[in-house]
Ligand binder design. Structure first.
Ligand code: F6R
Length: 607
C-alpha cells in the first residue's frame, strides 16, 4: 500500500534520505515512486520498481533542503508515470503525496474541470494540488496581503474539504515548509535535534531516529526548518508525546538472509519467546495477560480480521468455542457492512498485525458504534486499532517486513490462545499447556533445523495446483498454507476443512495436484483425516503428510514433513512453520519476488 516519506533538515542530504526512506517502505507493496524537493520545487517520478526512480534521479538529481517521497499502490488509474506521486497543479507550484482514498474527488474534479483545470492523471489525489493552487491564487482567507492565501491557509482550507481517508504531505514552491495531515491513513513523525521526518511507518526512518510521534486522525503538522507544530483540525496546537520505539535498524535489515520472509520465518522462536514473556507463570500454573486485567468474561465473542489474520481468528474462535463460549470469526470486509447481531456482553476482537487494515478498522468501528466492547490483537504499538479499541493485546512479534505474514501469524495464534485462557479459561490443569508453550520456541527451532521442506518443494514443483486439508485447529493452518503458497509462488492453491473435500473439491484432485494433509495427535480427528487421505490416494494424488508421527498418516503419505510432539493447541504453530517453508522454497525455486509479491501490499489501508 502507498508509502509516504518526508524530511526537513536532513543532515545526510535530502534526496538520499528520501530514497532510503522509500527503500525502507518497499515492503508495503507499490508499483510507482516519486519525490519532490523544495524550496525550489523539483519533482521526479516513475512507474515501476524504485530502481526506475533511482535511474531518473541519478540522471538529473533534484536538489533541496527538504522534501517528500512516495511509493504508490494503484487504486485510481493503472501504474504509469502520469499516475505516480507527487502530483502537481498546472503551474507546478504545489506538489502532493497521498496515501488513502479521497472519496469526494469526482465531485471536486468535475468542479475544477468546469473551471478549465486540466488533469494529467486518473488519480483521486490530483484534485489536491489543483485545489491548493486555486486557494493560493484566490483564497478567501487572504492573509498574505496579495489577494490569495498563505500556503498554510491554502493547505488547511483544502484539507477541510476532503472526505475519505488520507495521509497527505504537501510542498509549495518557494516556501520552506512541509504541510501534512492524517485522517484514516497512518502517518508518523520522527524527530531528532537536527531533522524531522514524516512517514507511513517507522521503518522509513529507523536508521536515523527512534524518537517518534504517532499522529492521530484529524491532526495536521507543519514542519519548518527550525521547528514543527502538530495541530488539530481547527489549527489549535496539540501537545504530543515523543516516544522511543524499541526496534532498531538492524531489526529491519535482512541479517544475511536472502529474503525478509526467510529471516522472519527463522525469527519465530524469538518472536514466540517475546509473545509469551511475562504471561506464563510456571510456578503457579497460570496464564495471565496484564493488559486484560480489567476485562470481564464475555458472554460471546466475535472476531474480525482479514487474510492471514483471519486464519488466526478462525483458530481463536475454535479455542473459545472449545472453552464453551459462543464465538465466530468474521471476514472484516463482510462484517463492516453485514455485522453479526451483538448480545449483552459480546466482545468484538480485531486481529490485525498492522493495526491499520482499513477493513478491520471499519468492522471494529461498526461494532463500537453498536455498543460492543472492542479488543485489538495487534503487533503495532500505537496503531490505529490499538488506539481506537477499548483494550489491546500486543503480539510482540517485532517488525515484519516481508509482505507475506509469517512470524506474526504464529504470534497471533499464541496471543489469542493466551487471551482465551485469560478471559474464559481453557482447562482445569494448565500445566501441560504451559510446559508446551515454554518448549514451543525450541520445538520451532527443531523444525527449522531438521525440515525437509526444500526437498518436498522440489519434489512437487510443476504441479497443476496445491491443496491443503486439516481439521479443527489445523483447519486454519490448511487455509493459511494455501494462502501463503498462492501469494508468494503464484501457483493455484486452496485450503479445505478435511471433511469438506468429498463435498466438491475432490473433483479437482488428480495425480497433478499434491494434497498436504495436516494430521496431528492420534484421536478421532486424526483417524478421520486419514480417511480423507485415503480418498485422495484413491485418485492418485501425491499426499504430503504434515504430522507429529502419532497416527498412521505417514503410512499413507508419499512425502512427510515431521513436527515434534507437542500439546494439541500448540501443534498448529509447528505444522504451519513446515508449510511456510514449503511455500518459500517453491516460490524461491520459481524465482518469484518473495518479499514483494505482485499486486499485494503489506498494510492494506483502503476498503
Ligand atoms: C498475507 C497477509 C495478509 C494480511 C491481511 C491483514 O500474508 O499478510 O493477508 O494478513 O492483509 O493484515 P493485518 O493483519 O495487518 O490486518
Amino acid at each position: 500500500m502507498c508509502g509516504i516519506v518526508g524530511c526537513m533538515g536532513c543532515p545526510n542530504g535530502t534526496l538520499e534520505t528520501l530514497m532510503d526512506g522509500l527503500g525502507n517502505l518497499e515492503y508495503r507493496g507499490y508499483d510507482s515512486a516519486g519525490v519532490a524537493l523544495g524550496p525550489v520545487l523539483e519533482t521526479r517520478k516513475r512507474a515501476g520498481e524504485l530502481d526506475e526512480l533511482r535511474k531518473t534521479v541519478a540522471e538529473e538529481p533534484p536538489t533541496g533542503d527538504f522534501g517528500v517521497g512516495h511509493t504508490r499502490w494503484s487504486t485510481h488509474g493503472p501504474p504509469a508515470d502520469r499516475n505516480a506521486h507527487p502530483h502537481t497543479d498546472e503551474s507546478g507550484r504545489v506538489a502532493v503525496v497521498h496515501n488513502g482514498i479521497i472519496e469526494n474527488y469526482q465531485r471536486i474534479r468535475d468542479e475544477l474541470e468546469a473551471e478549465g483545470v486540466t488533469f494529467t492523471s486518473e488519480t483521486d489525489t490530483e484534485v489536491v494540488p489543483h485545489l491548493i493552487a486555486r486557494e493560493l491564487e484566490s483564497g478567501s482567507d487572504a492573509t498574505n496581503g496579495d489577494g490569495g492565501c498563505s500556503p498554510a491557509d491554502a493547505f488547511h482550507a483544502v484539507v477541510d474539504r476532503l472526505e475519505g481517508s488520507y495521509a497527505l504531505c504537501v510542498v509549495v514552491d518557494g516556501h520552506e515548509a512541509i504541510f501534512a495531515a492524517r485522517q484514516g491513513s497512518p502517518l508518523v513523525m520522527g524527530v531528532d535535534e537536527r531533522a524531522t521526518y514524516l512517514a507511513s511507518d517507522v521503518p522509513a526512518f529507523i536508521e536515523r531516529t527512534r524518537d517518534v510521534v504517532f499522529l492521530e486522525d484529524g491532526q495536521r503538522v507543519e514542519l519548518r526548518p527550525d521547528d514543527w507544530t502538530v495541530m488539530d483540525a481547527d489549527r489549535s496546537p496539540v501537545e504530543v508525546s515523543v516516544e522511543t520505539v524499541e526496534y532498531t535498524a538492524e531489526a529491519t535489515g535482512k541479517s544475511g538472509y536472502d529474503h525478509y520472509m526467510l529471516k522472519e520465518i527463522n525469527e519465530q522462536p524469538d518472536a514466540l519467546r517475546q509473545c509469551l514473556s511475562g504471561r506464563l507463570d510456571e510456578l503457579d500454573g497460570t496464564i495471565e495477560i496484564e493488559e486484560l486485567s480489567d476485562l470481564e468474561e464475555p458472554t460471546s465473542v466475535q472476531i474480525v480480521a482479514c487474510g492471514t489474520s483471519y486464519h488466526a481468528a478462525v483458530y481463536a474462535a475454535t479455542l473459545l468455542r472449545g472453552a464453551g463460549v459462543p464465538a465466530a470469526a468474521h471476514l472484516a470486509s463482510e462484517y463492516a457492512t453485514a455485522p453479526a447481531p451483538l448480545g449483552k456482553g459480546t466482545l468484538v476482537i480485531g486481529v490485525t498485525q498492522s493495526g491499520e487494515t482499513a477493513d478491520t478498522l471499519a468492522a471494529l468501528r461498526e461494532a463500537r458504534a453498536r455498543g460492543a466492547r472492542t479488543l485489538a490483537v495487534t503487533n503495532q504499538v500505537n496503531s490505529t486499532a490499538a488506539r481506537e479499541c477499548d483494550d489491546v493485546v500486543y503480539i510482540r512479534a517485532g517488525p515484519e517486513i516481508g509482505v507475506a505474514a509469517t512470524k506474526t501469524f504464529s504470534s497471533q495464534l499464541m496471543a489469542t490462545l493466551l487471551l482465551t485462557e485469560d478471559l474464559v479459561g481453557l482447562a482445569e490443569d494448565l500445566d501441560p499447556l504451559i510446559e508446551a508453550l515454554r518448549d514451543l520456541p525450541g520445538a520451532i527451532q527443531t523444525v527449522l533445523d531438521t525440515t525437509d521442506a526444500r526437498e518436498v518443494a522440489a519434489e512437487i514443483a510443476d504441479s497443476d495446483a496445491y491443496f491443503f486439508i486439516g481439521r479443527d485447529r489445523q483447519f486454519p493452518v490448511a487455509l493459511e498454507g494455501a494462502l501463503k503458497c498462492k501469494e508468494i509462488s503464484y501457483e493455484h492453491a486452496e485450503g479445505f476443512a478435511a471433511g469438506e473435500l468429498k463435498h466438491g473439491p475432490l473433483a479437482l484432485v488428480t495425480p497433478a495436484t499434491p494434497v498436504f494433509a495436516i494430521v496431528t495427535g492420534d484421536g478421532e480427528r486424526a483417524r478421520k483425516t486419514i480417511g480423507n487421505i485415503k480418498e485422495v490416494e484413491a485418485r492418485d494424488a501425491p499426499v504430503v503428510a504434515v504430522t507429529d508421527g502419532r497416527s498412521e498418516a505417514e503410512r499413507y503419505a508419499d512425502l512427510v514433513l515431521e513436527i515434534p510432539e507437542t500439546h494439541p493447541l500448540t501443534a498448529p504453530v509447528l505444522t504451519n512453520v513446515q508449510l511456510q517453508l514449503v511455500s518459500y522454497h517453491l516460490a524461491n525455486d520459481l524465482g518469484r519476488p518473495i518479499d514483494k509479491p505482485r499486486n499485494l501490499a503489506k498494510s492494506v489501508t483502503v476498503e
